[in-house]
Design a binder for this molecule. Structure first.
Ligand code: ACO
Length: 311
């Protein structure tokens, strides 16, 4: 009897059985996973750049060690994710070429400048905090290799978020200048962080299928709301003002209401016209070119070993 492959796939999704690389899957499922996982990988790798600029400027040896570890973690996340994308039949070089040519997307957040040490704290607290909220549900995403990669990624992201918050707690107990520096960073990072969750649900073109296939478990707006609800109290503890006059507790909804995001700015950044898009892509391309000799050496070594085995 002929097996209905689509039915087998649908049943697995329905019963929370992970889809694995060699399983049959609809082409559109494969495509959307390649899209999301590769964008995610690029975000991790490009995300190293704004922070790496601050390793030499960290205010103490301890802060420097923490930042170094964090930036290295991001590299590891990118590598797991490129591997997960490869299990879907796309080559790493193709994925990287798409990033370098500007064809592939990566998170809008990494196209903003990092101007002060307080920005590094904000990246940990707000940006990594938002990333965790988005990524914890991905530990249960329907594609096995992606879900498993997310488990370790989330543990490390949690450390990143904690270190960011802790460094801000220190600033919040510091001088007036330090407090002002922190508020200035908050003013610049709040709205771009809310944009990380993606467009509004009704404009999120991929959501319907991604939710059906259980790639996504919560919508962009649901996660954004959860982030605001959690973060308001942490901001209060830090003595920070959230730069949104419309932010208000809504008793009826049991959530905070908040102002409208500047979607024009969001799409502008996504399309490549943010403050640092060019700088980030140039840095990635340069790093790739500078790494050519390592790839050549690895290929030559592999060839040599093959020859040795043949002889
Ligand atoms: N920055 C850049 N592009 C974005 C962003 C963003 N913040 N949010 C959405 N987009 C893009 C989508 O990639 C999509 O474009 P595409 O169809 O050309 O691929 C388009 O805007 C429409 O958005 P959605 O239909 O809502 O896209 P999707 O269902 O993929 O949801 C989301 C977007 C929530 C980011 C999802 O892809 C996701 O959960 N990704 C995994 C997590 C991730 O990538 N995090 C990266 C930042 S965290 C970090 O690295 C520290």
């Amino acid at each position: 009897k002929e097996i209905d492959l689509q039915q087998v796939f649908d049943n697995k999704i329905e019963n929370e059985v992970r889809i694995e690389p060699k399983d049959w899957m609809p082409e559109a499922y494969r495509k959307t996973l390649i899209r999301q996982i590769s964008q995610h990988a690029h975000s991790e790798i490009v995300g190293m750049l704004p922070e790496a600029n601050w390793i030499t400027r960290a205010p103490s040896l301890n802060r420097k060690k923490i930042l170094l570890a964090k930036v290295q973690d991001e590299a590891g996340h990118g590598l797991y994710l490129y591997c997960a994308a490869e299990t879907l039949g796309v080559s790493r070089i193709q994925t990287l070429n798409d990033l370098h040519s500007g064809k592939a997307k990566y998170s809008s957040i990494f196209n903003y400048p990092v101007l002060t040490w307080a920005d590094i704290g904000m990246i940990g607290w707000l940006v990594d905090g938002a990333a965790i909220l988005n990524q914890v549900p991905l530990c249960r995403t329907s594609y096995g290799p992606y879900a498993r990669a997310m488990v370790r990624v989330c543990k490390e992201e949690s450390f990143h978020q904690r270190q960011g918050y802790e460094s801000l707690v220190v600033l919040s107990r510091g001088s007036e200048e330090q407090k002002a520096m922190m508020q200035d960073a908050m003013n610049r990072w709040w709205w771009p962080t809310l944009m990380m969750f993606g467009p509004k649900d009704e404009e999120s073109s991929n959501s319907e299928l991604s939710m059906k296939w259980r790639i996504k478990r919560f919508s962009n707006d649901e996660l954004r709301q959860r982030f605001v609800d959690i973060t308001v109290h942490q901001a209060e503890y830090l003595g920070l003002t959230i730069p949104d006059p419309d932010l208000k507790w809504n008793e009826e909804r049991g959530h905070y209401d908040f102002g409208e995001i500047d979607w024009e700015e969001f799409w502008n950044v996504v399309k490549g016209n943010g403050k640092c898009n060019k700088q980030r892509l140039d840095a990635r391309r340069k790093a790739h070119e500078n790494g050519a000799w390592v790839r050549d050496a690895a290929t030559a070594y592999q060839e040599k070993r093959k020859q040795r085995e043949l002889n």
